[in-house]
Design a protein around this ligand. Sequence first.
Ligand SMILES: NC(=O)c1ccc[n+]([C@@H]2O[C@H](COP(=O)([O-])OP(=O)(O)OC[C@H]3O[C@@H](n4cnc5c(N)ncnc54)[C@H](OP(=O)(O)O)[C@@H]3O)[C@@H](O)[C@H]2O)c1
Length: 242
Amino acid sequence: MKRYERAIVVGASSGLGRAIALHLAQAGSTVVAVARRGDRLRELADSSPGRILPLVHDVTRTEEAARAFADACTMAGGLDLIVYSAGFMPTVGATEFNTEKDLRIFAVNVLGAIAWLNQAAERFQQAGHGAIVGIGSVAGDRGRRGQPAYNASKAALHAYLEALRNRLYARGVSVATFKPGPMRTEMTAHLSLRNAMDPEVAAAKILAKAHVSGEHYLSLSHRFVFAVLRNLPSSVFRRLPV
Ligand SMILES: NC(=O)c1ccc[n+]([C@@H]2O[C@H](COP(=O)([O-])OP(=O)(O)OC[C@H]3O[C@@H](n4cnc5c(N)ncnc54)[C@H](OP(=O)(O)O)[C@@H]3O)[C@@H](O)[C@H]2O)c1
């Protein structure tokens, strides 16, 4: 894993973001851990005194993102890596179309990401240095019947990150999109998942490639399975039980 002196992890109070913050701290980084649940963040900070610094912030308050980003950079003493891991995937009934829920998914997964990562892109562009990591999902590769807005939010995030990558590649800034499959976290605690990955394993895989621009699956089998699924015609895909 490349060493990052100073990092921000947005969505660090549980699951994948928490595991990434801990890995970074263990490797010697100073990490600003961002999320809404201050008690969880303080607990995390206590586990790595001086290495993990809590910053309470709600990413849906996009008008506060620039101030929070500036505060996080000051707390860390600069910035080399930002990871946007905040995500929201509520349960959605098979016949449910709930606009309030769907807009909230977009507020956390897309609008919050844009508000934070635009700040990082601007700072890194000026510095000619830095790594941006966005946590997408295999769920963003196709529109499935189970989670229309969540699928669409991850597809939007993937396209936004690809555009950042294309803008910043000549400026010495890397932009990596990770597409995890199922992981055992609070987000999926209500589901019975087969072959789910532990967030600690996913975090190690992500940090090993955090500086490598491009889109990354976390397993070789996903890379091949999703290459096929992405290219299946809709008329075939809609008949699959996914
Ligand atoms: N679990 C899976 O199977 C899976 C698979 C593929 C991709 N992913 C993606 O992986 C990422 C991490 O998810 P996870 O599985 O680790 O879930 P998780 O344990 O539920 O973590 C979600 C994180 O997002 C933060 N968050 C949610 N809403 C927020 C808000 N309004 N403001 C600030 N932070 C907010 C939460 O913090 P607070 O609640 O404290 O604010 C928490 O730290 C997400 O982007 C998710 O879409 C997950």
